[in-house]
Design a protein around this ligand. Structure first.
Ligand code: GLN
Length: 534
């Protein structure tokens, strides 16, 4: 069995430089070298990001196995077209939990338990146990945060030690840093990057490649200067300049010889075929049409809260040659009367109501759904979007006055959306929702069955509430098609309206399985319908 190769990606200076995307882009290239495993290390003490507010941390990405993980896994899956696993996301919370429970069991009897070596050993053991299970050819490890942060220092130290265990010939380090362009002097300045790499070297890691995030491609002179101070070949300095679409990044890296450097460093030989990818990138860069989509939510102040949703639209747009223009609608503003529904949806060709929690902004969403239904504007509801479409339909079409979700109005006369039976006794918040992939059986002849081109669909879930089975018949009787049901026929997975050009909603989070090369069928159908709506 050939030795597994390890590539570690660290970052410096500041967050938001696109380390997750850069790692995913690199992974897209490395995929040609064999089976690739992506590991992400996050410094926070939460066991997983499931309990974090998306406005603070960005969206919570859900895996097939039900793991709630860092949103970078979204980039990995979208770029690599793989299914990642929950155990591939290490957090300080998981690692410390494991160390402390071992201590309680007496596994370190007689020892003083410390960050070094016990926590750093736990990290390495965790990685090796995942490697043992998955048997990958290459492991790509991204360390979250920036080098110098106290809370990721145990991950950085473990990454340094890895080289001693697996051998220098099987280990490559890549560091992403920042080279700002200073307008007053009219040139890119390297001092920040020099100091940043010096800090990494102080921790015992000398990078094999430095990726410089900068406005433009760095001139040779600048690379040479940085190379001298960082003790690296100028050719090993790669620029990650501003680009039109993140999907261009693997092509940008490939052109600058990044894969050749890693292949040479690790004794690998793969050559990726990027031709189909390149065609899609061109389609994103040179769209032939444009479509305006409204995203109606309450986390609109941080676009990362809806990262997968935006990308799923981009994927569908790429395949249809369309540029997607997003109109962000903060639904709380509709409730307060700050904006009016008809006005705000003027010129919009598609209305998307994404997932969400709690009551803030809900009445605004219901008004937007009503407007889309009555005015035949293509509508796509995701998770909470399905639940609120059902609430709107129950109130305004079925005539069930006061119908609501018990999440919003616990004492409602008509609880059309109610807690899943298995949720009734659950009080703990972490990892307790209905999570992960579930199969839906699609009704023959329905729009969703046609879009999937299949009689079943497997999508990922993250919710506690569902359409109350006591109301299924009432909804059906007034024309709502429950076009996808769980295998036991109890849970509604998809709904649609036949007397509408495109009114579809799903209890799942279909955005999570969309890939650039394989757009999710629902998003594809939605954008296609929006394109013909004028
Ligand atoms: N709040 C709803 C529920 O828990 C919807 C969740 C979501 O949109 N992810 O069921």
């Amino acid at each position: 069995m050939p030795q597994t190769k390890y590539v570690v990606v660290t970052g410096g200076v500041l967050s938001g430089l696109g380390k997750g995307c850069a790692t995913a882009a690199l992974g897209r290239l490395l995929k040609c070298d064999g089976k690739l495993l992506t590991v992400k290390c996050d410094g926070y003490l939460n066991v997983d990001p499931g309990t974090m507010n998306p406005v603070e941390h960005g969206e919570v990405f859900v895996l097939h196995d039900g793991g709630e993980v860092d949103m970078d896994f979204g980039h990995y899956e979208r770029f690599l077209d793989v299914e990642c696993k929950s155990r591939w996301n290490l957090t300080s919370g998981k690692i410390f939990n494991s160390v402390i429970s071992k201590e309680r069991k007496g596994e370190y009897l007689g020892k003083t338990i410390q960050i070094f070596p016990h926590v750093s050993n736990e990290i390495k053991d965790w990685i090796f146990s995942v490697v043992k299970d998955e048997q990958p050819d290459i492991v790509l490890i991204e360390i979250g945060g920036t080098v110098g942060d106290i809370e990721n220092s145990w991950f950085v130290e473990s990454a340094r030690q890895l080289k001693r265990i697996v051998g220098a010939e099987n280990m490559a380090y890549i560091h992403l840093t920042y080279v700002p362009f200073l307008h007053s002097v009219g040139e890119p300045k390297t001092k920040v990057a020099q100091r940043d790499v010096a800090l990494l070297r102080e921790k015992g890691i000398t990078p094999d490649i430095i990726i410089c995030r900068s406005k433009d491609a760095l001139p040779a002179k600048v690379k040479e200067k940085l190379a001298l101070f960082c003790d690296i070949e100028p050719t090993h300095i790669i620029t990650s300049m501003d680009i039109d679409t993140i999907y261009e990044m693997p092509l940008v890296f490939l052109k600058q010889g990044m894969l050749d450097i890693i292949n040479q460093r690790l004794g690998l030989q793969g050559k990726p075929d990027m031709s189909a990818w390149e065609v899609l990138v061109q389609k994103i860069k040179q769209p032939t049409k444009e479509v305006s989509i409204a995203i109606c939510g309450k986390y609109t102040e941080l676009k990362d809260s809806y990262a997968s949703l935006i990308e799923a639209l981009v994927h569908a747009g790429a395949h249809l040659g369309a540029k997607i223009t997003l109109r962000w609608i903060e639904t709380t503003d509709i409730e307060t009367g700050k904006i009016c529904v008809g006005e705000t949806l003027k010129g919009v060709q598609g209305v998307l109501v994404p997932g969400g929690f709690g009551s803030r902004g809900v009445e605004g969403k219901i008004l937007l759904i009503k407007h889309a239904r009555e005015n035949k504007i293509p509508f796509l509801g995701i998770c909470y979007g399905l639940q609120l479409a059902v609430v709107e339909f129950a109130q305004n079409v079925c005539g069930l006055a006061g119908a609501h979700s018990t999440e919003v109005v616990p004492q409602t006369q008509h609880p059309v959306i109610d807690l899943l039976p298995e949720q009734q006794q659950v009080s703990a918040k972490g990892g307790t929702m209905r999570l992960g992939a579930c199969k839906a059986v699609l009704e023959e002849g329905s729009l969703v069955a046609q879009l999937y081109g299949a009689s079943t669909a497997v999508e990922r879930h993250r919710h506690r509430y569902e359409v109350n089975p006591a109301y299924h018949e009432k909804l059906r009787a007034r024309g709502m098609r429950l076009s996808g049901m769980s295998e036991n026929r109890l849970l509604v997975e998809f709904i649609e309206l036949s007397d509408h050009p495109f009114f579809v909603a799903t209890q799942a989070h279909n955005e999570l399985t969309s890939r650039l090369e394989k757009p999710n069928p629902l998003f594809y159908g939605f954008v296609r319908a929006a394109l013909v709506h004028v």
